[in-house]
Design a protein around this ligand. Structure first.
Ligand code: GLP
Length: 241
């Protein structure tokens, strides 16, 4: 079941996401599932502002990130490790040992998948934040990924690599070809999920997620089976609903 919120603009979208986040963060030991990409940046800014002005603490919070590019060292400027530290973790009081991000620079990435899934499975994510790719991917589960998948390696579609080339000097050849990602089944275990999507290039994917058939062609359509998903959109992303 989807609860759909259509907000006026990106700032309002981020405020709606923050309202849900704030409730969860007030719990004693919250477990957060976090996403990268442009969509959650406004939410993270609001979390930082709230931490600075109201002292909201993340000391007891545990986080699991969705995914990471394979082949980028942790400290690469476009790694998701760097993204998360710059956009959130370095600006709140979360202890480094509470942060989990899959490593994309291990010699044995299959082993990393198993270890990441094992760490994740020992927790229940209270709130999972998601963006959505223009091809309907969530995390890096591209079309065709199994609904039963747990943390795994995924080859990125050309569309995703093209979308993300803006972070790599607009040069698709610099965008990694593979990623390590939580699986669709891993994501579905979260108690509560929010999906943030803005802009006209997300309208088809948002339609597929909510109104389309449940199919691995649109990985986000698996969310039709979750009982607590809030989708927060701007009017452009909601245009086809
Ligand atoms: C990226 C990430 C996803 C993200 C999506 C949309 O490739 N792996 O987790 O949700 O694509 O990104 P954006 O929010 O920048 O549009």
């Amino acid at each position: 079941m989807f609860n759909i919120i259509i907000a006026e603009n990106y700032d309002q979208v981020s405020s709606e996401a923050f309202k849900i986040m704030r409730e969860v963060v007030r719990k004693e030991a919250p477990v957060l599932g976090l996403a990268t990409g442009s969509s959650p940046v406004g939410l993270y800014k609001k979390m930082i502002a709230d931490h600075n002005s109201n002292g909201t603490s993340y000391k007891n919070c545990i986080t699991f990130n969705l995914d990471e590019y394979i082949g980028l060292p942790k400290n690469h400027e476009q790694s998701y490790w760097t993204f998360m530290h710059e956009n959130l973790f370095d600006n709140i009081d979360i202890p480094e040992e509470n942060i989990h991000i899959p490593a994309g620079d291990k010699e044995d990435e299959e082993k990393e998948c198993v270890e990441y899934e094992t760490a994740l499975a020992a927790h229940v994510v209270d709130l999972q934040v998601l963006g959505i790719g223009s091809d309907g991917h969530i995390a890096f589960n591209e079309p065709g990924a199994s609904f039963d998948s747990v943390t795994h390696i995924m080859e990125l579609t050309e569309q995703t690599r093209r979308d993300n080339a803006r972070f790599f000097d607009d040069d698709i050849t610099q965008v990694p070809t593979h990623a390590i990602t939580m699986g669709l089944a891993s994501i579905m275990r979260a108690r509560k999920i929010i999906v943030i999507a803005t802009g006209a290039n997300k309208a088809d994917a948002v339609y597929g997620m909510i109104k389309g058939p449940k199919t691995t062609d649109c990985p986000a359509s698996i969310l039709q089976d979750h009982d607590d998903v809030t989708v927060i959109l701007d009017p452009a992303a909601a245009a086809r609903l």
